[in-house]
Design a protein around this ligand. Structure first.
Ligand SMILES: Nc1nc2c(c(=O)[nH]1)N[C@H]1C(S)=C(S)[C@@H](COP(=O)(O)OP(=O)(O)OC[C@H]3O[C@@H](n4cnc5c(=O)[nH]c(N)nc54)[C@H](O)[C@@H]3O)O[C@H]1N2
Ligand SMILES: Nc1nc2c(c(=O)[nH]1)N[C@H]1C(S)=C(S)[C@@H](COP(=O)(O)OP(=O)(O)OC[C@H]3O[C@@H](n4cnc5c(=O)[nH]c(N)nc54)[C@H](O)[C@@H]3O)O[C@H]1N2
Ligand code: SF4
Ligand SMILES: [Mo]
Length: 711
């Protein structure tokens, strides 16, 4: 037996761990953490081990598939691509550019081919109907980056390795492995904070895995984070603790407006709304102000709620007010080897908000996209600009977006749908054509997106581990082939056609090489090839004001968009318990280390053990409904009901129940043998898609009212 070991980075989540993959011929015999990776130092999670399962999965599609009625047939690539192009061109000729919609899912950010060529394809279609998982996720952070720092990609990250106080709001990095905080082995990094005498404080409606490893956990009522943060800011002003320019000179605007905005939000008032005691709110603010190296980190629980826009803004603002923006141990901007800002500008991805609005319900555009909340209505509503065709790429909105059942019905009405995806899953089974890309082990990888949000500046190149089959296509080749067939819009001129021809010859690796050479560390692919475990480029550095993209080169602490939205918050909480009587329940989600949204349940290794798609409920709330552990409960909203097994747990805040997303694999017509045997129910069947953050259009995935009863 001749085995060889290869060093790569895992492309499955944002942690970007180094893996050591041992292969025997064309078979993976083991996947371990790479001890010599300077960033992840041997850490991996169970999903990393499952990389091989994904590669070997017999359900993973290897050939393009065309659907006729309910039956599928394999076709060759040219047949599939010609068919797709003919259908899309016909829709465009008859109904115009906006009639073709695109939806790009989460793995886009983890896939070099999709963030380069995928993005080029989708952007040059010229459609306003562009959608992505952004509006189910980090849109509020991006909006805050745009309005406060001048570019939507300028999201600062917590300098966790140098913090002595880490306040974690609406994130569970011990399960998620961190997000907009690329930090392999968060558990080790949080332990290091405590080992050096620092504090970790978690505010979450559930006592999470992260909270269990923290010094302190405080329950917070869902969707009230903006109130908590305003009260913290209130305390900072009241106690004369505002020091945005400490220790370096940081120029800001909006300080007075922020003071005024927070003036009505006393800790006492906030305590009634948030469930966090006034004394704790004061202490949080004071600790943040008095600890020289401290950070407040907010993530998906903060974004995907009714006041996600305000909350994301205030997370950045509270760090700025306490002198922790752009300072070691605080919220810092990265210096990645490939600077995404100029590239994004090239792709027309440099941001913009509410420059135009959606046709049916007037929701604001963000970064050239509409929020997913309007996708179904834009398909269903007749008239000029109605969506007739859809391209999904690396997305599973039927499970991931609220209102899954309505989306299913809408997709079934489309004239044409094509999915670039390795699986026939809940979404892609509705397509007319599926174009499956190569597996992660068959393609090269460079974390162009996630390195820009890493807690150290790092760079690593992963060449393909296996040669792909002769008739397999990478994501970038699929996108380029479609781009070629669909043509470059005339408005982009002859230059664009030339660029496309050039890009066709280059491939993503050459783009990476060029971008590395142009980047701040002057790297090249050659240098990265010579360092198979990856390069450490050092800790984060202070980058302001130079890195700011605001026209006045100042940090905007109180953009007008947010100030205007405060009235909505005020109205919502005018009566503190509005809509929340005793016994009322609100819904939150949760992630588990062995899930990855909806798409990794087809491997036995990751789904074995007790069912994970359960309802978590506090003992008092369970008792009130006559529910005991192991019972089946019916969880319902105005949108419908799902049934789940009950887990009674005092890790839940009273009045709050938790159901994970990404399950519900029992739908007919998928090809997911393992997942359908562990189907669970889809929480997005009952989450109301109309409940959104009205400011940003982001879906409110957390904090919606539910009823729970014995099934
Ligand atoms: N294992 C695993 N890892 C993943 C994923 C996965 O599905 N599984 N998904 C990946 C993706 S796409 C993302 S975006 C990241 C997300 O990474 P994180 O942001 O860490 O996401 P979660 O683990 O869902 O943690 C969100 C926390 O917010 C809490 N919460 C809910 N509502 C509220 C609220 O209103 N206020 C506050 N303060 N807290 C609230 C929840 O209880 C939960 O503990 O994870 C990524 N990593
Ligand atoms: N209720 C509730 N809903 C949520 C969330 C929540 O916390 N609660 N979280 C939200 C968040 S943060 C996110 S990011 C979204 C995710 O929403 P989506 O991105 O729509 O969903 P995923 O489950 O990540 O689906 C990924 C799809 O990409 C495919 N895929 C995987 N790898 C590749 C690849 O390399 N190339 C291609 N072409 N396809 C690939 C998979 O087969 C799958 O179909 O879900 C959101 N939905
Ligand atoms: S933490 Fe993320 S990057 Fe690391 S092994 Fe697990 S899935 Fe892969
Ligand atoms: Mo996400």
């Amino acid at each position: 037996m001749t085995t060889t070991t290869h060093y790569r980075s895992c492309p499955l989540c944002e942690a970007t761990c180094g893996v050591a993959v041992t292969v025997d011929g064309d078979r993976v015999t083991s996947v371990r953490g790479d001890d010599d990776d300077p960033f992840s130092r041997g850490y991996i999670c169970p999903k990393g081990t499952a990389l091989a399962d994904l590669h070997d999965d017999p359900d993973r599609l290897r050939h393009p598939m065309i659907r006729e009625g309910s039956s599928w047939r394999e076709v060759d690539w040219d047949t599939a691509l010609d068919h797709v192009a003919a259908k899309l061109l016909a829709v465009r000729a008859a109904h115009g550019k906006d009639a073709i919609a695109v939806y790009q899912g989460n793995p886009t950010a983890h896939n070099l081919g999709l963030i380069t060529y995928g993005q080029l394809l989708m952007r040059t279609l010229g459609t306003r109907n562009a959608y992505s998982a952004t509006s189910l996720d980090q849109l509020p952070h991006m909006l805050a980056a745009l309005l406060m720092f001048g570019n939507q990609l300028l999201m600062p990250v917590p300098d966790i390795d140098r913090s002595d106080l880490f306040i974690c709001l609406g994130a569970n990095p011990l399960a998620s492995n961190g997000s907009i905080m690329t930090a392999p082995d968060v558990k080790g990094r949080l332990k290091a904070i405590r080992d050096r005498g620092g504090l970790v404080i978690v505010l979450d409606p559930r006592r999470t895995e992260t909270a269990d490893k923290a010094d302190r956990h405080l329950f917070i009522r869902p969707a009230t984070d903006a109130v908590l943060l305003l009260a913290m800011i209130h305390v900072l002003f009241a106690d004369y603790l505002v020091t945005p320019s400490r220790p370096r000179r940081l120029e800001t605007t909006g300080l007075d407006a922020l003071r005024a905005a927070a003036s009505a939000w006393t800790p006492e008032r906030a305590a009634v709304i948030t469930g966090v005691a006034a004394a704790d709110i004061r202490e949080l603010a004071r600790a943040l102000a008095r600890t020289p190296r401290a950070v407040l980190y907010g993530r998906v629980g903060v974004c995907t709620q009714e006041f996600g826009g305000l909350a994301a803004w205030l997370c950045y603002a509270v760090n700025a007010l306490t002198g922790h923006l752009d300072e070691p141990g605080g919220l810092m901007f990265t210096t990645p080897a490939i600077d995404p800002l100029p590239l994004a500008k090239l792709l027309g991805f440099d941001g913009g908000f509410a420059r135009y609005r959606s046709r049916v319900s007037g929701k604001p555009e963000f970064g050239g996209e509409f929020p997913v909340t309007v996708l179904a209505e834009e398909i269903e509503t007749p008239g000029d600009g109605q969506i007739r065709a859809l391209i999904t790429s690396a997305g599973n909105p039927v499970l991931s977006a609220p209102g899954g059942p309505r989306l299913e019905q809408a997709f079934a009405k489309l004239d044409f749908m094509v999915s670039i995806d390795p699986y026939m899953n809940e979404t892609t089974r509705l397509a007319h054509v599926i174009l499956p890309p190569t597996s992660a082990l068959e393609r090269s990888h460079y974390d162009a997106a996630l390195n820009a949000f890493a807690v150290r500046n790092v760079a690593k190149y992963s060449p393909p581990l296996f040669e792909r089959a002769a008739d397999a296509r990478h994501d970038w080749e699929i996108c380029l082939a479609l781009w070629t067939r669909l043509g470059v819009p005339r408005r982009l001129g002859p230059g664009a056609r030339l660029v496309r021809r050039l890009l066709g010859k280059l491939g993503p690796e050459a783009i990476v090489d060029l971008a590395l050479r142009a980047g701040p560390h002057r790297l090249s692919l050659k240098k990265l090839r010579a360092a198979p475990h990856g390069l450490d480029l050092g800790p984060l550095e202070s980058r302001l004001p130079g890195r700011l993209a605001t026209t006045d080169r100042k940090v905007h602490l109180a953009p007008a968009e947010y100030l205007a939205d405060l009235a909505r918050l005020e109205r919502r909480f005018a009566a503190p318990a509005a809509g929340h009587g005793p016994g009322d329940l609100v819904l939150i989600g949760r992630r588990h280390l062995r899930d990855n949204n909806s798409w990794m349940h087809n491997t036995e290794r990751l789904v074995k053990g007790p069912p994970r798609c359960t309802l978590l409920i506090h003992p008092n709330d369970a008792a009130l409904r006559g529910l005991a552990a192991g019972d089946r409960a019916r969880v319902s909203t105005t949108k419908g009901a799902i049934e789940l097994v009950v887990e009674v747990s005092d890790t839940m805040m009273p009045g709050v129940v938790s159901v994970p997303h990404g399950w519900g694999h029992g739908r007919a017509g998928t090809r997911l043998r393992v997942a359908s045997a562990h189907a669970g129910a889809s929480v997005n069947d009952i989450v109301d898609p109309a409940v959104i953050d009205e400011l940003s259009g982001t879906s409110a995935l957390t904090g919606q009212r539910v009823e729970v009863a014995r099934a």
